[in-house]
Design a protein around this ligand. Structure first.
Ligand code: SF4
Ligand code: SF4
Ligand code: SF4
Ligand code: FES
Length: 941
């Protein structure tokens, strides 16, 4: 069903240099060559009736409702499939056309059950709208002929139902699944009257390949495919445009509301990251926002062994502030700190770091990006001058070669994956580098040209081998390097990389990837002509995470793949606002815009705006805070929107550190693991309950708009302001727009950003300033932000985490589509039907050696701890490597991970843990969403 106020021009826009001028119902219109008559007519202000056409799908020409007449030609061609020609004179209205259209509609309506002029949701659907448009008032055919009435409804999907009786077999759903989502789950089965839409091979939706993205539901012009919430709650009376709060794609949605309830989330057709598409999480998994587990009252307790006591906001904030001040008096100014969240808005993250720097008076602020993409920040800033992805998402449509490294876009970044798959189906070549055979390696109509199935922890050796091939086989783009990069550093790097120690033949025994495969992939990437790298946490969460990012930057520079559409080095960010929380000063050594806190001129600007004196010394990183807590010098922490007890490595260490603190203040929407160690709980607001902005992986700043009132009465930014005031530091803002204005005043890359501009443009990509008032889709055009690009040697150093006789396997981790991080949100939605436990994937050879059968419970023991999971035997993983997801806290994946971390940024080495797997009779505890079991916490060591 279409959402309110979306105008559909019938067929997609065409790009062409040539234009064509024609006349439609006497109105002259000029359009790009290749445009359909239907779209040309719509652009001239004439809407031709249609059913099977939609401007998000290629024309199909099946319904015959859009017939027109063309002067000088016989017949009645379908306007959706007929391209414009110069000088055409088209008529869309005549008595003959009206009769033909009424006849078509009458046949459709004769097979539409119940009251033929009303649909299930009690409102208008396109079918009924078209019946009205063509003037069909009654159906002449008797009600006792053959019909599809009574066909059983498919209710197997938790979020939408399919009623075959309401289906007009227009094929829009099939085409949406093929063209937009790229899953090919639907088909039109049978012929003539017996033809019907069917998921898979006469299957229910739940048994088919369907990934519940909802594109088919959105495309359906009738009420055959419909959201269950729409059926339950009725049609919306208004809509608010906002941004998804799950992954770093940052899809734009229309939240449709009736009264004070959300009816459904409809992907925004004008949303630039997603162009009207979505995945199952953003579109359907929003019910957690009103889940009964939400904490809506502030609470305090003096000791963590005491029960929580509900108190007023005023009392909670006064207590928290008094405790922070006491701790600072007793242990020193640096004894407290704060953690910002990549789940919260830019404005909220900015305020938390401001509170730490201005009200606590130190720089002890850090963010959860520490544990995911901090090496991206370090590596890309060092090489290019900006710690962010180089391209916009649509840039991938101009790529000839796509290299996906350590990322699993179809699971982790599904809407971007759909755009990428579209480009791959159109002919782009694909290289995948991953320890595990991810879905992209082989899909309907998509197959990797090269799959580099490397041993976890050997990324740097592999990237060096790729670059070695480029340099030694004469594939370097010397012109680009000469013009754009530092010549002295290039010379040194060239000598380093050409060393035979970096050759594919020499690294083969390290990476496990055959030299010929590496050489083939390197040649493909170097010859492009447009080659793009997309990477994820499989690159960053290593002891050499930063080196790996530098190595990818070297590879892109030496092949000249930067500074234009279709190329670049692009991190796929896990959380919705990882980029933004970093941008606005969440790191202990940097103020907004990644500028070092030791710069006196910079500090002076902030001191003037904030009216305080700032500490010139960088503060503590998260792991240093934990160490200091155990040393007794760090005693107080304000954590907004993060569950560090669960998401940081080596849970026992984190728990001990938190337990050693005297004041822990947690601000969150649910009671979480960290809150077990807290003395004050401040109820947070979900993304539906506040105003602000998120910045996605393509540096795009998008509005988050308040859809529902804040359940606890305050938005998160208001809580931080109140806490700052209670600490004696005035923070006064009437609206988050004023916070963004302050960020813009203080940050050159944000200087042109304002809510007024975001309202006008929909979203904008930073840098946005006087040099780029409309934002910057592609960075480093003509020149790198830092001037000359830097080549830095990237010697491979094996991780300290080695396999041994006792721990002979390597565990690596990843995500699946339907769950999100530790499941705090998605486990409180119907998404649990698809993934209710984390499984351990193990190769048949390793399973057989250990007597493990598919479905057996196994203990996974590392040097840090032990957990229990059920085994799934699969060849997706290579021998010697096992894999699991980390969405269910009872799995306790972080219990087994070690304290190894990236040399430059302390990003934990989540992706490489030496383990042993053995069958066990023990079962993990089943817990509510958001808790780690005691047994997992205490196991091992
Ligand atoms: S929900 Fe998405 S994946 Fe499933 S059938 Fe519809 S379009 Fe295809
Ligand atoms: S389910 Fe809807 S979109 Fe699919 S064929 Fe039927 S009417 Fe068309
Ligand atoms: S792709 Fe990411 S941002 Fe888009 S709907 Fe899915 S979870 Fe939300
Ligand atoms: S809209 Fe053109 S044939 Fe259906």
């Amino acid at each position: 069903m279409q959402s309110i106020n979306d105008q559909d021009l019938g067929t997609p826009a065409r790009r062409a240099e040539q234009t064509v001028t024609l006349e439609v119902d006497g109105r002259e219109v000029t359009v790009p060559a290749g445009t359909s008559l239907m779209r040309a007519a719509a652009l001239a202000g004439v809407m031709v009736p249609k059913l099977c056409a939609s401007d998000s799908l290629e024309p199909f020409g099946s319904c015959r409702l859009c017939l027109v007449q063309i002067e000088g030609r016989n017949g009645y061609p379908a306007s959706c499939t007929t391209p414009v020609e110069p000088g055409m004179k088209v008529r869309t209205q005549s008595e003959k056309l009206a009769n033909l259209r009424r006849g078509v509609m009458e046949l459709y309506m004769s097979d539409h059950p119940l009251d033929p002029f009303e649909c299930k949701a009690g409102g208008k659907c396109e079918l009924h709208e078209m019946a009205r448009v063509v003037g069909l008032e009654r159906v002449r055919y008797a009600d006792d002929g053959r019909s599809h009435r009574g066909a059983p409804v498919d209710d197997s999907n938790p979020y939408f139902s399919f009623d075959p009786a309401r289906c007009i077999v227009c094929s829009r759903c099939v085409r949406a699944c093929d063209e937009i989502q790229g899953t090919f789950a639907l088909t039109i089965d049978g012929r003539g009257f017996n033809s019907q839409m069917s998921p898979g091979q006469h299957q229910h939706y739940s048994e088919s390949e369907c990934v519940s993205c909802g594109a088919c539901v959105q495309a359906c012009p009738t009420d055959a495919l419909m959201e269950k919430t729409l059926l339950e709650k009725g049609r919306a009376d208004r809509a608010v445009i906002t941004t998804c709060a799950y992954c770093g794609v940052g899809c734009s949605f229309k939240a449709e509301i009736r009264g004070d309830q959300i009816v459904r989330m409809v992907p925004n057709k004008n949303g630039l990251p997603n162009h009207g598409h979505s995945c199952v999480k953003g579109r359907f998994a929003w019910g957690y926002a009103t889940h009964p587990d939400r904490v809506t009252k502030p609470m305090i307790r003096e000791r963590t062994s005491d029960p929580w006591r509900e108190v007023s906001w005023d009392e909670a904030l006064r207590y928290a502030a008094a405790e922070f001040k006491r701790v600072q008096r007793q242990y020193g100014r640096g004894a407290v700190g704060g953690i910002t969240s990549s789940r919260c808005t830019n404005e909220e993250a900015y305020l938390v770091q401001k509170l730490v720097r201005a009200a606590f008076g130190n720089n002890n602020v850090d963010t959860c990006a520490r544990v995911c993409h901090s090496p991206t920040g370090y590596g890309l800033k060092t090489a290019f001058g900006t710690p962010a992805g180089t391209q916009d998402f649509d840039s991938v449509l101009a790529a000839d070669v796509i290299m996906v490294i350590g990322a699993n876009p179809t699971e982790g970044h599904p809407v971007f994956a759909s755009i990428m798959k579209r480009r791959l189906r159109a002919g782009a070549r694909l290289v995948v580098a991953d320890p595990r055979q991810i879905e992209l390696v082989r899909l309907p109509h998509v197959a990797a040209d090269y799959f580099l199935q490397l041993v976890p922890g050997t990324n740097v050796a592999l990237f060096n081998a790729l670059a070695h091939t480029v340099v030694t086989e004469g594939l370097a783009n010397e012109q680009f390097v000469n013009e754009r990069c530092d010549a002295r550093e290039y010379g040194a790097w060239r000598a380093f990389i050409a060393d035979p120690v970096n050759s594919p033949e020499a690294t083969e025994k390290i990476t496990g990837v055959a030299a010929a495969v590496v050489r083939g992939a390197a040649r493909l990437y170097a010859r492009g002509p447009n080659s793009a790298i997309y990477y994820g946490l499989g690159v960053t969460e290593h002891s050499q995470g930063s080196t790996a990012v530098l190595a990818m930057a070297n590879l892109a520079m030496v092949t000249g793949n930067l500074g234009r559409p279709g190329v670049g080095v692009n991190p796929l960010r896990g959380q919705n606002n990882v980029q933004g929380s970093n941008d606005v000063g969440s790191f202990p050594h940097e103020l907004t815009g990644y500028r070092h806190v030791s710069d006196p001129q910079l500090r002076a600007q902030f001191e003037q705006e904030w009216r305080v004196t700032l500490d010139p010394e960088p503060g503590l990183r998260i792991p240093n805070m934990f160490d200091a807590a155990l040393d007794g010098s760090f005693k107080g922490l304000y954590v907004e929107g993060e569950d560090i007890a669960q998401s940081d490595p080596n849970s026992q260490h984190v728990a001990a550190a938190l337990a050693a603190m005297e004041i822990v203040v947690v601000q969150d929407i649910f009671m979480n693991e960290t809150a077990k160690f807290a003395h004050v709980f401040l109820p947070g607001s979900s993304f539906l309950e506040k105003n602000g902005t998120f910045t996605n992986a393509e540096r795009r700043i998008s509005m988050v708009r308040k859809v529902l009132p804040a359940l606890a009465g305050k938005e998160d930014w208001e809580v931080t302001c109140d806490l700052a005031r209670a600490l004696g530091y005035p923070m006064e803002y009437g609206h988050p727009s004023a916070i963004m204005d302050e960020i813009a005043r203080l940050t050159p890359t944000f200087a042109g950003v304002s809510y007024a501009k975001l309202e006008r443009l929909g979203s904008v990509q930073w840098p946005c300033n006087e040099l780029a008032p409309m934002g910057t889709p592609v960075m480093h055009v003509g020149e790198f932000v830092r001037g000359k690009g830097r080549f830095l040697p990237s010697a491979y150093v094996p991780t300290d985490e080695r396999t041994s006789a006792r721990y002979p396997l390597i565990l690596t981790t990843g995500r699946i589509l339907t769950q999100y991080n530790v499941g705090t949100q998605t486990r409180r939605t119907k998404n649990v039907v698809w993934h209710d436990e984390d499984l351990l994937e193990i190769h048949p050879h390793d399973a057989e050696q250990r007597g493990v059968r598919d479905g057996d419970w196994v203990e996974i023991a590392s040097r840090a701890g032990a957990i229990t999971l059920r085994a799934r035997i699969t060849e997706r993983v290579q021998p010697g490597v096992v894999y699991t997801t980390f969405h269910h806290p009872e799995s306790g994946a972080n219990v087994v991970t070690t304290e190894n971390s990236d040399w430059a940024t302390n990003c934990p080495e989540y992706k490489v843990t030496a383990i042993q797997v053995m069958p066990t009779a023990r079962r993990p505890e089943r817990l509510p969403a958001g808790q780690i079991p005691e047994s997992a916490r205490l196991a091992g060591k």
